[in-house]
Design a protein around this ligand. Structure first.
Ligand code: NAD
Length: 428
């Protein structure tokens, strides 16, 4: 049965859907397609725990500032909580809770033995020196020590944090526990238990999702044009792989704007955000367009891979691509999603497309527990296998229940979580 949301349901397009509002709406919508005990849905609307901590920091000049940190733990019925730690001025308990719910669905759709978590500190990381970031991270790790751990809750990098942040977090935790415990976080540098291929993984999975979607709609990648918004870890890796596999990437952007060549850009020559920040507009290209225009280009595949809430009720009618693959988290608002569905634009959702990151985090966690590092080739081979399995599971729901891809992905995730909850029962 297909349930098309009514205008009323779709109405609240304030165009800046909060993560929590979106997560709850998507849960309710998925619940209409699955036969689940309403008690389970009610439990999933609430996080298990949201830890709030004060994180004092001695600045380099000797003064002391106190920042607020959070760790939201949504659900762990399938395994330890898993999700990023972000350093950003807008981090809040509500945002972490919503994002932790997304992580629950993302881990479940990929069939990983994890639940959802998310946390961070409300701080502007650009206003900290490296030494201050290290001290802040070590103290944050100490404040969270009771609630994290390889079998409890496993953080990872997110906005404003990176592999070095995770190395400090792991070191602080390990020093206090009296033994080296690399599995407490993922996204570490390979020399201290990180996995090869982790950094490229969300872009790789986005490219795989795009490739499978092109194939599903009976097209040939070598006749496919692609536009990618955001040329960072996700966007650049996805664009480069798709070009390697035969697609023509005609436009890419960074925060300052986009370059466009209808004949195809020399994508490997454009530096990524990490190689040279905001260098896209400095490249030779016949045309420069805006970040709004790149979204409306007449291409086969559009990959928003920069920030959330870029496809809204205001521009959804103007999206000319036939397939949208969500590299970023939450690039499409709820109302825009409805418009795209009515227009038969296929939207491959973030919880499937960019799930390569958490999937390789799972591989990293396995490597840490087993004290055995995998080769890059093995990581990429196993990621490909996981993606194809998840794709097939979601495709089955698309076909059997005549659902849009997002609804189908939520149905897969919710069914797995609900079955695990029903099997374990409610304690006590
Ligand atoms: P990044 O910092 O490496 O790159 C971001 C890119 O987007 C840069 O090119 C930047 O110039 C551009 N950008 C920033 N603001 C923009 C704006 N307002 N309009 C257009 N372009 C803008 O980031 P990333 O790691 O590639 O992450 C991109 C998205 O993917 C985010 O939504 C992130 O949450 C999501 N994501 C990342 C990972 C990961 O592990 N890196 C995993 C899953 C999802």
């Amino acid at each position: 049965m297909t349930t098309t949301p009514t205008q009323q349901e779709a109405e609240p397009d304030d165009d800046l859907d909060s993560a929590l509002v979106t997560a709850r709406r998507q849960l309710e919508r998925a619940a209409t397609h699955v036969d689940v005990d309403p008690g389970v849905i009610e439990r999933l609307k609430h996080p298990t725990k949201v830890q709030q901590v004060s994180v004092p920091l001695e600045r380099d000049d000797g003064s002391v500032d106190v920042f607020t940190g959070y760790r939201a733990q949504h659900d762990d019925v399938r395994g330890p909580y898993k999700g990023g730690l972000r350093y950003h001025p807008e981090v809040s308990a509500e945002e972490c809770t919503g994002l932790s719910m997304w992580m629950t669905w993302k881990c479940a759709v990929m069939d990983l033995p994890f639940g959802g978590g998310k946390g961070g500190i409300s701080v502007d990381p650009k206003a900290l020196t490296e030494d201050e970031t290290e001290r802040l991270t070590r103290r944050f790790a100490e404040e969270l020590r009771d609630v994290v751990g390889p079998t409890k809750d496993v953080p990872a990098p997110d906005m404003g944090t990176d592999a070095q942040t995770m190395a400090w977090f792991m070191d602080a935790y390990s020093m206090q526990q009296g033994e080296t415990i690399p599995g407490v976080v993922t996204g570490k540098p390979p020399v201290v238990g990180g996995s090869y291929g982790r950094e490229e993984a969300p872009g790789r999975s986005t490219a795989i999702a795009a490739r499978e979607a092109v194939d599903y709609y009976d097209r040939d990648l070598s006749n496919t044009t692609v536009a990618v918004q955001g040329f960072g870890s996700v966007g650049a890796n996805a664009a480069r792989l798709l070009e390697d596999w035969g697609a023509t990437v005609v436009a890419v952007s960074d925060v300052n704007g986009a370059i466009y060549d209808p004949g195809g850009l020399a994508i490997h020559e454009i530096p990524t955000h990490e190689e040279e920040p905001e260098a896209v507009l400095a490249q030779d290209a016949p045309e420069t367009i805006s970040n709004a225009e790149i979204l409306e280009l007449d291409v086969d595949v559009l990959i928003p891979a920069a920030v959330g809430n870029v496809i809204t009720a205001d521009n959804a009618d103007a999206i000319a691509a036939d397939i949208v693959v969500e590299g970023a988290n939450g690039p499409t608002t709820f109302a825009a999603d409805t418009i795209l569905e009515e227009r038969d634009v296929a939207v491959i959702p973030d919880i499937l497309a960019n799930a390569g990151g958490v999937t390789v985090s799972y591989f990293e966690w396995l490597q840490d527990i087993n004290r055995r590092q995998w080769s890059l080739e093995r990581v990429n081979t196993e990621l490909e296998e996981h993606m194809l399995e998840a794709w097939a599971d979601v495709r089955e729901e698309v076909e059997e229940k005549d659902l849009a891809w997002r609804d189908a992905a939520y149905v897969v995730a919710l069914s797995r979580i609900a079955e695990a909850k029903a099997t374990r029962g409610l304690w006590p």
